[in-house]
Structure formats: C-alpha cells, structure tokens
Design a protein around this ligand. Structure first.
Ligand SMILES: C[S@@+](CC[C@H](N)C(=O)[O-])C[C@H]1O[C@@H](n2cnc3c(N)ncnc32)[C@H](O)[C@@H]1O
Length: 346
C-alpha cells in the first residue's frame, strides 16, 4: 500500500507549538473527507532521521490532483513517497496552489495581523467544503472582518476573486497602499477604482476600492484576471456592497477581544456575541447556496455551544469534522482559537 510523508514547514511549530502536528492532521483529514472523497487511509506521525513527519496511507498511488491538495496544505513544506521504511523519495514541494510570489503573503507585518499560515489553513478548509457549484479555480472569497487583508491576500495568492469589508477605514487604506505597491513592483497589469461612500459607518473615511489584476497583457485581453473589492463600512452592510448570493466562501476571524473588540450597532464589546447574532444572517444572505463559512474565534469570549446555536439560528448548517480531529488550539494565555465551519443549504 503506497505511503506518503509530509514534512511540515518549520514555521508550523513556531506558530502552533505542540499543536502543529494535530492541526496538520486535522486539515488533511478534513480535505480528504470533503475534497478527495475519503481516499486516504490511516494518518500517523512518524520520525525519520530525528525529524517528525505526518504520514498517510492510500489504497492506490495518489494522482496529480490529490498531490496538489496535499501539497497545498497550509503546513506542507515537502511531500515524499515512503519507498521502504526510512527511505523517502521527494515528489513535490508545498505551496501547490500558489499563483504569485510568496512576498504577497510575507511582506505585511503589523500588530493585530492574523498569522498567515493559520489563514491558509482556514481558507483551505473553506475551499474543501464549498459546494457552491462554481469551478473551484474561480471562487470568490469574502472576508467580512478583513482588517488589513491577510485573508484577501491569501485568496488572491490562490487565484480567487476576493472581497473584504472592515469598519476601520485606516486598515482598508493600509491594505490598498500595500497591494497597489506590490502590483507595481511585480509589474502586473492592473486597474484601480476608488469611490468615497457617504453613508458608511467606517472609522475614518468610508471608501470602496476595486482592483482588477492580470498576469500580463495577453491575460488582460483574454479577460483572465482577478478582481478584489475592498470596502470600509460596517459588515452589516455586506449585502448592499457585494450583493446577495455573490460569494462562494466567507472566511476570516472575529475580533479576539484583545487587540480588537467587536462592534455591532455602534457599540464596542469584548465578546463577539452581538456581532455574530447581528451579522450571521447578513453573511448567509451574501453566500451562494452550498457556499461555506469558516470563521476563527477565541472560545474564551464565546463558548462553542453558543457559536453553534448562532450559526443554526442564522439558517446555516454545521459541517462536521472527521472523527477524532479538532482545530482548537491555544494561541497564548488569553486566546484559545477554534474554527466554526458551516454551509448555506442548497
Ligand atoms: C481579528 S481582526 C481581523 C484581522 C485580519 N484578519 C488581519 O489579519 O488584518 C477583526 C476585525 O474586525 C473588525 N470589526 C469589528 N467589528 C466590525 C464590524 N461591525 N464591521 C466590520 N468590521 C468590524 C475590526 O476593525 C478588526 O479589523
């Protein structure tokens, strides 16, 4: 029976410490169940030459699509086939879905930024369970609390269209400055349109920024580009800004109650309960039927049972995790992070 070994990027240990391997296993088990059709067998953790690998069996040798899925896991550094015990044959590197240079993800650094490896995990999970009927390569991802755009940049990295909204207009402007500079530095064809929004509740100026980008002139002529729309406003206005049934994936993270608070109806709170109750029905409306919603949150500010109730009350159905796996992990003394994963019924 073919066996494979996945070498996790060294950064995975730095980000998740002791939970790194469990999270990698949970991501792979989830992708297998919802995207590969349960082709993979037993997952394990094995040590070769003193280095720990995530290992997996398959009934048949993995095909190219399976290998892309394994190579696209957020923590994959390299994938090997285990020829005989302890002999590893390299078959592909990580970043299997990356479309642009890595610095799109690695340059931005600021306080309150969501870790990029975790953002890739979250988006990978959302892509795996989306059933919106859209070609998986042409998905549209909305981060409804986008900050300075970590999820947006990851979605662009994988070739998707992206949309983001944040109440803090300064964050949206900071993203636009970074992104347009990056496009210029890479000499990518692009067009930017800005519009002031008079009705916006944003902190700072309300603005809508639309960016279209293409790899080159030929792609532009062929209409083969990506579109990003960023808005500074309250997330409650998502339907007005992006339209009902307009996105395949909603992905992002709720304010953790440490660097960021949750605002709803103009009130700031440490806990996200009110924001979640008010915004979930709006987010459901923006999703295409079969589309997925994956949000990270700090379980110390809202219990998992309450989150599950809020999701169901908004008319979304929870997506089950493969048995024995969990995405819950400790970030620091004040944050234990988990994912809520749900779908708009078809
Ligand atoms: C955890 S942060 C997101 C950080 C982001 N992933 C990044 O890496 O830059 C949560 C964001 O939610 C925003 N926020 C809170 N309440 C909001 C609301 N009602 N509408 C829109 N954004 C809101 C905050 O301004 C903050 O930027």
């Amino acid at each position: 029976m073919p066996r494979y070994a996945i070498l996790p990027a060294p950064s995975a240990n730095r980000v998740y410490a002791a939970a790194a391997m469990d999270l990698a296993a949970a991501e792979l088990a989830f992708v297998d169940r919802y995207s590969l059709g349960g082709r993979l067998g037993r997952l394990g953790i094995d040590t070769f030459g003193g280095v720990r690998y995530l290992t997996v069996e398959a009934a048949d040798p993995l095909g190219e699509d399976d290998l892309v899925a394994v190579g696209a896991l957020s923590s994959t550094y390299a994938v090997f086939e285990i020829e005989t015990a302890g002999r590893l044959r390299p078959i592909r590197g990580g970043g299997a879905r990356d479309r642009w240079d890595e610095d799109l993800i690695t340059i931005p650094r600021y306080a309150g930024r969501t870790n990029d490896q975790f953002t890739a995990l979250l988006l990978d999970v959302a892509v795996a369970c989306t059933r919106s009927g859209k070609d998986a390569r042409r998905l549209r991802v909305l981060d409804p609390l986008c900050g300075r755009g970590t999820t947006i940049n990851q979605a662009v990295m994988w070739g998707y269209d992206a949309a983001g909204v944040d109440l803090d207009g300064r964050d949206v402007e900071a993203w636009a400055t970074f992104f347009t500079t990056w496009l210029q530095d890479k000499r990518l064809k692009h067009a930017v349109e800005r519009r002031r929004l008079r009705q916006s509740k944003a902190i700072g100026a309300g603005v809508r920024i639309e960016v279209s980008m293409w790899a080159d002139k030929e792609a532009q002529r062929a209409g083969d580009g990506q579109q990003i729309v960023m808005v500074a406003d309250d997330t409650a206005a998502c339907v007005e800004h992006f339209g009902a049934r307009s996105v395949d994936i909603i992905a992002g993270d709720l304010p953790y109650g440490v660097a960021h608070g949750s605002r709803s109806g103009g009130r700031l709170a440490r806990r996200p309960d009110q924001l979640v109750a008010d915004a979930l029905p709006v987010w459901r409306e923006v999703l295409r039927p079969g589309g997925s919603l994956v949000l990270a949150w700090n379980v110390r500010t809202m219990a998992p049972e309450r989150m599950a109730e809020a999701v169901t009350a908004a008319g979304l159905e929870a997506v089950e995790l493969p048995e024995g796996h969990s995405f819950s992990h400790r970030v620091d003394r004040t944050i234990t992070r988990d994912l809520v994963i749900a779908r708009r019924p078809t």
